[in-house]
Write a protein that binds this ligand. Sequence first.
Ligand code: SAH
Length: 349
Amino acid sequence: MRGEMSGTDIKSLSLEELTGELESRGERAFRAKQMYQWMHIKGVESPDEMTNLPAALREWIKERYDFTVLRSVQVQESQTDGTKKFLFELPDGNVVESVWMRYKHGNTVCVSSQVGCRMGCRFCASTLGGLERNLLPSEMLEQVYAVGRATRERVSHVVVMGIGEPLDNYDNLVKFIRLLTDGNGLHISQRNVTVSTCGIVPGMRRLAGEGLQITLALSLHGATDEKRRLLMPIADKYSIAELMEACDEYFGRTGRRITFEYGLAGGVNDTDQDAEELSALAAPRRCHVNLIPINPVRERDYRQSNVHRIQAFKERLERRRVNVTVRRELGRDIDGACGQLRRKRNIVN
Ligand code: SAH
């Protein structure tokens, strides 16, 4: 069934699994490697393009496996910074969005991990219609490959910060990361992959033990349980103390600094006291704080902090020796806030 792990979804198979499949048909191992390269390095849209494979083998693949390809149904390009936002149609007709951003350090794709989301964060557009289903590893990979096909540029960084809660789709997420960073595939460096979570503690702890060198970003948004509960229902389930323990475990086991994401909403979580409380969490830790001016969403009544407040908030953190940056707002003119494009389309259609 679509949306569940499916043995017949060929792009979700590791090279070892693919080799096993082909060997059971009596094929030699190098055929699996060729096929894997077509799918994961060249990003072909059909087995027909695998020109160094025998035609009979290509036909066998088409009959036997799902060959997941995403179709771009809408692209918006920012007039100010070149950011591109893609709306992709999945094989079952659902749509998700992915964003392509150009930074000094390389081209980044922001990937969705679910169709919709069930976390209910009160400032976020992605969760308004609830969760539809999980994305397969292949459907996450295809977002990266399809953006690469469209832009004809190399992707060096991937952030799982699009629609959905990645740790609510844990197994598919980890499989996706292993395929994405595999030396036989596109081979994106693990250090260039970031997974952002609203703070599912058991998932964070499990991720710490995967032996991966990826960056974990925690969407904090409030520095006390009370404040966080105003913004994020998940805060009713896990306390900040538990979150900090999980972050410390992640750093302890991987040596990777945590990123704390903190969206500034005017008059809600942007006072001097909020900055001091955030410093108390961040200063003792090897972490990085990313301040995000909240992107106003039509259905939500939060507004952005003004530029002076953002600056003052940042300076307070700096005085406490916290490593802090303010996120550049790329693609603001094209519904940059997560989930807005998909939502618009679903309402219009
Ligand atoms: N579910 C994951 C990843 C997806 S959201 C998470 O919660 O981290 C990616 C980031 O965008 C999160 O930090 C999220 O809190 C933030 N975000 C969501 N809506 C936003 C908005 N309207 N303005 C600014 N940031 C937003």
